[in-house]
Ligand binder design. Structure first.
Ligand code: GLN
Ligand code: ZN
Length: 782
């Protein structure tokens, strides 16, 4: 839409008091052409200087501020940009820097990156800090580590710097900071902390630092500050009333007007104490939790708090239904008055791609269904204008256009694939279960697979080298034929097979060279998905993914992986593990449909995968891994919603894997997961072997498995693959030793903690040789 026209219309509107403002909570950091990702990686490779990196980042920030403003948005965010992760930015700013990164002779920027990704160079050898999923998203943050010795200092004030940077570019922003309570609660006790230490106990020490930060912002001229306290949507926040009260009592005295932002779920009873805080605004997510509007409005009505309504999804890419958003907005206006209502994105737009404008391959019909970050900025501005009573022609036209688009999409949705829906409703209970219990299967599989004690295996992918990516790119551009590409892939597979044979891996993988991405690869072969060319979304650090979009009912027209797995098996007498991505993960790492439930989409995916699993067994594959790294992150944030989710999520995995005979060994894999609270569901998956990330979370995770008496086989990662660092063989032996103090030796597999696709060959070779040596040592000693 013509933003200039929209701006004009806003200025010709009735007086201030009837104006509804618009706001964006955060914007993608990558840049329209992946400039930031490229610059960060070039810096790591020593190809550009720190100054060059700063410049590249500055250009992207400026473009984002300018573009969002040009869409007519009133509150443009700044300070949420990051070169790696915004939580890590806060740790660096507040001097929450674990000792192992101090005194290494690194610049502050390199300390920052070392905390994020580890570092192994010029005599420096430090692992990365732990990463965790950001709430229920596929974004990962670097976990801050606290102890009584944490010495908070304000090393730098990024909020002020970026506010000024934006101002120099002619744009007045609303700075964003992560709130003190969330910052502490999202962190963990460091290894050297006293037993029982709770990070939140540091709040009184941290508040003065936030006071300085926010006071400086006020001095710099910021009228508002957006303070993110996303933990307010968690059940645990119910116990944090006094902490919130003391923190915000102190901060409100010195800060600009505080907009307290919450997102991804509902506030429930927490709103009762939030309403008593001395804040000027409250943001709630009405995309994820529209049902909370009434209770929140009721709670804040007697106050002066402005309500920011997150009606434009920060988590999905569907066009906002204006009519629906306007209804919600009107409801709030009727209760609070227009001057107390802001129309906003539901969360930061970090979780959506930058712009639809660069998509040339989607059909016009498909493009009309979606809105990416920049288009969403336009949506909040238009919805706010309509609610402000704008009679402007451009606004009216945008409203009509939206109505037409939504109607077309609804018509498309009705056109479902009947065969898929019928098949799903005919599924019987026995299709969810393996033929015999694990104890019986284990014996049969031991004979069939003939694996040694402490079998070694990997999680599936091997390094995705430049050559592999180039070959795929050439195929895409038609520079090589499909036959040439497949010959190339076969050679890669052979290389990976021979390498594993050479170093003595027991259960082989084919290395996944044919896969661009573990979800996209399947989405491209399934019916019901569409893809973007430039729809990158940050996963962690400089790693970005392009989630497929589920647009209709899902089915599998033909086998997807059988050709490659059976080719790999034909090369070797050792068993080859088939490799699939599970239904829940495909769903979670895609943009799902908004018109049907996640359960329905997950089970359609499960049926498609079930056919693939059965076909793999028929083709002579005797172990199949169905990765479900996203099963935990898909958990609803409110515990009262868990059972319903876990029921269909676990059932989907079972439906996908239970179609085989007892002799087929099923594997599953999960990354960075806390299992404490969902343990019965992990057991209920009934996978013969699971591999989990355990290298960074100490032994806590394994104790959980012990405590619950987990009965099936398990491969806790013996080293961290998220960093180029090579683990020494002694380090691996020590890990195995520690693991064997907790887990029975008959159940243990030896493997890295995740796939190797992001690693180079050099470190992969060295690490796996050490891993095999560790397993041999275990065989001799246990
Ligand atoms: N099989 C996948 C791989 O090795 C699993 C990756 C993941 O869990 N994220 O790449
Ligand atoms: Zn993994």
């Amino acid at each position: 839409m013509a933003s200039k026209i929209l701006n004009l219309s806003l200025s010709s509107l009735p007086p201030q008091s009837t104006m509804v403002s618009s706001s964006v909570l955060g914007f993608p950091r990558i840049g329209a052409n992946r400039e930031v990702k490229k610059a960060v990686e070039a810096y790591w490779a020593g190809k550009i200087s720190a100054d060059d990196l700063t410049k590249a980042a500055a250009e992207v920030k400026k473009a984002s501020w300018t573009n969002v403003k040009a869409k007519g948005v009133d509150f443009v965010p700044s300070g949420e940009f990051s070169l790696y992760d915004h939580v890590l930015d806060h740790s660096a700013a507040f001097n929450v820097i674990p000792k192992r990164y101090v005194g290494l002779g690194l610049s502050p920027l390199d300390v920052y990156f070392a905390m994020g990704r580890g570092r192994q160079s010029e005599g420096v050898d430090v692992p990365a800090s732990e990463m965790k999923k950001w709430f229920d998203s596929n974004y990962h943050f670097v976990v801050p580590e606290f102890s009584d010795e944490t010495d908070f200092k304000l090393n730098f004030n990024k909020a002020v710097e970026e506010f000024k940077e934006a101002q120099a570019a002619g744009i007045t922003t609303r700075p964003v900071v992560l709130g003190p309570v969330s910052f502490l609660v999202l962190g963990k006790a460091s290894k050297d902390a006293k037993p029982g230490f709770q990070p939140i106990s540091l709040l009184p020490k941290l508040i003065p630092i936030y006071e300085t930060l926010l006071a400086d912002l006020k001095v710099a001229g910021a009228e508002w500050v957006q303070v993110d306290e996303p933990i307010l949507v968690l059940d645990t926040a119910a116990n944090l009333e006094s902490q919130f009260a003391s923190a915000y009592a102190a901060l409100s005295k010195v800060a600009p007007k505080i907009l307290l932002t919450t997102y991804f779920a509902r506030l429930e009873s927490n709103v009762n104490y939030i309403a008593k805080l001395p804040i000027s605004g409250l943001h709630i997510d009405l995309d994820r939790a529209p049902e909370q509007l009434d209770s929140v409005v009721a709670a804040i009505k007697p106050t002066n708090i402005v309500l920011s309504l997150g009606v434009v999804s920060g988590r999905n890419i569907w066009k906002t239904d204006f009519e629906h958003a306007i209804k919600l907005g009107q409801k709030a206006i009727d209760a609070l008055g227009a001057d107390r209502v802001i129309i906003a994105t539901s969360s930061s737009l970090l979780h959506t791609p930058v712009t639809l404008a660069s998509e040339n391959k989607l059909t016009a019909e498909q493009k009309d269904w979606f809105s990416f970050a920049l288009e969403k900025a336009g949506e909040v501005a238009t919805i706010a204008a309509v609610l402000s009573g704008s009679q402007d022609a451009a606004v009216t036209a945008a409203l009509e256009e939206n109505k037409a688009s939504i109607a077309k999409r609804r018509a498309f949705e009705k056109n479902s694939d009947d065969a898929v829906r019928k098949r799903l409703s005919a599924v019987t209970e026995d299709q969810y279960h393996r033929k015999s219990p694990f104890a019986v299967r284990k014996e049969i599989q031991a004979k069939h697979l003939n694996l040694p004690k402490f079998p070694t295996t990997t999680i599936g992918s091997f390094p995705q080298t430049k050559e592999i990516r180039q070959a795929r790119a050439k195929l895409g551009k038609g520079e090589i034929t499909t036959e040439q590409y497949e010959e190339f892939i076969k050679k890669e597979i052979e290389l990976v097979v021979r390498f594993q044979e050479k170093i003595g891996i027991d259960l082989l993988v084919h290395g996944e060279p044919e896969r661009n991405d573990m979800v996209q690869y399947f989405g491209e072969q399934l019916q019901g998905f569409v893809f973007t060319q430039n729809g990158w979304v940050q996963s962690y650090g400089s790693r970005y993914v392009r989630p497929p979009i589920i647009v209709s009912d899902v089915s599998r027209p033909a086998p997807m992986t059988v050709k490659w797995s059976s080719y790999a098996q034909s090369l070797t007498s050792k068993p080859m593990k088939g490799m699939l991505t599970g239904p829940v993960t495909i769903l979670n790492w895609s943009f799902p449909r908004a018109d049907v439930s996640r359960e329905l989409q997950s089970k359609q995916l499960a049926l498609a995968l079930r056919d693939e699993v059965v076909d793999l067994e028929k083709a002579g594959i005797s172990a199949i891994q169905v990765d479900e790294p996203a099963i935990r992150e898909g958990l609803p944030l409110r515990r009262s919603d868990w059972d319903a989710y876990l029921k269909w999520a676990v059932d989907s995995f079972k439906l996908a894997t239970a179609g085989v005979t007892d002799q087929l060994q099923t594997h599953s894999h999960f990354c960075y997961s806390d299992f404490d609270d969902i343990f019965p569901s992990i057991q209920r998956l009934d996978a013969d072997v699971i591999s989990i990330e355990a290298s960074k979370s100490d032994m806590k995770l394994l104790n959980t498995f012990k405590q619950y008496g987990y009965s099936n086989q398990i491969g806790p990662g013996v080293y961290d693959i998220h960093s180029p660092r090579v683990p020494g063989s002694q380090e691996i032996k020590d890990r195995l030793k520690a693991m064997l103090e907790i887990l029975p030796d008959s159940l243990l597999f030896v493997n890295p903690d995740c796939g190797l696709k992001t690693r180079g060959w050099k470190e992969t070779e060295a690490s796996l040789v050490n891993l095999v040596e560790g397993a041999k040592w275990a065989r001799e000693n246990y």
